[in-house]
Design a protein around this ligand. Sequence first.
Ligand code: MGD
Ligand code: MGD
Ligand code: SF4
Ligand code: MO
Length: 765
Amino acid sequence: MTDREQPVLPPQDAPANPYRREFLWVLGGVGAAVGAGLAGWGALELMVPPGTADQWHKSVCRFCGTGCTIRVGLRDGQIVDIRGHESGHNRGVICVKGSMLRELPRIEGRLTRPMIRKGGKLVEAGWDEALDLVAARFGEIRDAHGPDALAFYGSGQLFTEESYTANKLFKAGLRTNNVDGNPRLCMASAAAGYVSVYGKDEPPGSYEDIDHADVLLLFGANPYECHPPLWERIQRRRAADPRVYTICVDPRLSPTAKRCDLHLPVVPGTDLLLLNAMARVMVEDGLVNRAFVDRHVRFARDGHTVGFDEFAAFLADYTPPAVAGRLGIGADVIRHVAHRFARAGAAMSLWTMGANQRTQGTALNIMLNALHLLTGQIGRPGATPFSITGQPNACGGVRDTGALAHALPGGRQVTNEAHRREVEKLWGVPEGTISPRPGYHAVELFRALEDGRVKGALILCTNPAQSMPDCDRYAAAMDKAFTVVSEIVADSETAKTASVLLPAALWCEKQGVLGQGERRYQLVDKLIDPPGEARPDLWILTQLAERLGLGQLIKARTPQEVWDEWRHMSAHSVYNFEGMTYERLRALPGLQWPCPTEDHPGTVRRYVEGDDPFVSKGAGIEFYGQKDKRAVITLCPYVPSPEQPGEDYPLYLTTGRVLEQWHTGTMTGRIAELGGAAGPARFMVSPADAAARGVSSGDMVEFSSRFGSVRGRAVTDPDLRPGLVFAAFYDARLLVNRVVADHVDPVSKEPEFKLTAVQFRKIRD
Ligand SMILES: Nc1nc2c(c(=O)[nH]1)N[C@H]1C(S)=C(S)[C@@H](COP(=O)(O)OP(=O)(O)OC[C@H]3O[C@@H](n4cnc5c(=O)[nH]c(N)nc54)[C@H](O)[C@@H]3O)O[C@H]1N2
Ligand SMILES: Nc1nc2c(c(=O)[nH]1)N[C@H]1C(S)=C(S)[C@@H](COP(=O)(O)OP(=O)(O)OC[C@H]3O[C@@H](n4cnc5c(=O)[nH]c(N)nc54)[C@H](O)[C@@H]3O)O[C@H]1N2
Ligand code: SF4
Ligand SMILES: [Mo]
């Protein structure tokens, strides 16, 4: 591994030009103008002129979980232009990351040949040598230490065919459930919440609910920067009806919060108090829809069913005056929000990482769903609890295929014997093949690499040495083990730790399905060749299977063969999408499951009769994922985060994203327009906290927490209130995650990236 001690930060801070950033955002909106046949792209073309395409292909953006349908313009075998596709849910709108996708295949530093670490250095090798070595080492490790000494760490950015194959190879072939991935860092709390409430994962509603909602509750979400077309859709809804009311719950005055009708700047980590208090107000003030609750909802405490009265009594501790101080929001405002939500013609809540990446992430997800169930704000156009997803294929590729340590395909669990038998049958392997032990979830997996419980790992399409909390600790853990990393660039922080580094094809250099935030699956066709010897991750997995003697198990070799296997398998669950052939996906801007037959139009609203094929006739609404067909609201007591500011670490650090950069910046950071607009990463601090430490904007500082320390530049931001610090994690020169705490939610095992107690001090340049 290379030296992680000396970040090469530019001598002068170069803060992003706010005008430029606004302009870049607008470019996304301009896609809509194009969709509507209006002028507008002129602006982008003046700034970054695209080439003139002579062929256009429908595809999907490779970046975020919004899942924008795009048109890819080709000329002479190169991608030269990207536009929003008018027929997509995004109606032609894309953001600046999507529009700059055309540069992605050509970024500097593409990895084009396999590399093997010899004498401490990575040296070029052939595919045969590299894959033979991996198979031999994995075989040795399994024989000497058992299958659980091996692991797969994947990504919500792999194609479904890739995650499905990896899951099958490891769980049924190598016989370990050590299959996890970055969705654990992202969606695990959302999945745990949905499963707890409805018995099945994935949102009941769709993006189009935005067009019908009149109260929109944005909770721990910053769609202005992270899901711009959804934000644009919210703006259109507001423009169409000025009575539409938007509420943003975020400790930070984020760009989204600034633009909402009401911002609730909660004390970081306390907002379960808000949700419980809203429920309390609903109960007290007669806002509960008792007819709906009596018919469709059950209450539970510690796994036991309880009555509505016990739920009401539980909430007695959460009256608005009782929580206001800790929450940092006045009792009147809490009441106001509860009333607005309950009395709305249709209320929609949209949440993301501010809710998920929390030690109470599952509880927050349960209560967000609960507010809808209590008030009957569900199952009608505009009335829905919607967890916005992050990555382009965390839903389809990982949650639905069950490529997580506790899961099996189609909503099944490894600890459930009947589920294991079903999957063994469908996979054609002997009974007892799948281990009944859940594998290691992400954080545990890296701890297992650290202490030697896991000795060999295959890491595909993710950069944990930068994205894991307490990342130095886990980078060192990877250094110790035999890690095989498939990457598109040669020098990601994770690539630097690899024992074997494999060059991957990306996005349109390969074929496969992505499944995004509204249960929508879309097809990416191969349009261009990968550089050098880079190969699709599916090819890498099938080659490895062959060399491990598991070729009979992994018979499907092409993306379409894998898709058809998985599509037919899905018919044995309520995640049924058998009707989604490649042909249909190619012709349409995606389809939403359930979609059981080839003439089925897909499901916009789940659990609703007439729309969802699994709802019984005459039921109206039916939560069929639960045995008694009732959604379950579990009582969730507020538990403070283990990260509390005190004398040594008096400030809260929260972390997240900026508009132009994707995660660890290996892709967007190398596209000049995007990297340049965001500028180098820095710690954003309030002017008061800076002044108290004698720090001027742009000074070098050292940040420290109980987990580590990191040096970087601090820039003051008047929008930040004292006591709160914000940093994004896109810059390998400023490894923010060195200081980020790695406490996890006890249920979902998702790390609390949103909360670390920190201190900072000025240091010499
Ligand atoms: N531009 C861009 N877009 C992206 C991505 C990207 O890298 N760049 N990544 C994609 C992925 S994978 C994801 S997961 C999503 C993430 O999308 P978002 O979740 O919208 O983005 P984040 O910046 O992670 O965090 C959202 C907000 O949570 C707030 N927050 C912090 N602590 C708390 C708290 O205690 N309570 C509440 N209520 N809020 C809190 C933060 O201030 C922040 O504004 O974005 C996706 N889209
Ligand atoms: N501090 C902090 N940390 C966080 C978060 C946070 O909010 N705060 N959020 C967490 C969340 S929600 C997420 S989703 C994670 C994301 O964390 P990561 O998944 O680690 O981040 P990415 O940069 O998306 O990593 C994807 C890697 O795959 C490579 N790649 C791209 N395409 C391909 C391909 O087709 N095949 C292969 N093999 N490789 C490819 C890219 O070059 C890149 O290095 O970060 C988590 N970490
Ligand atoms: S919003 Fe997400 S999916 Fe849409 S263009 Fe931007 S990055 Fe791509
Ligand atoms: Mo994510």
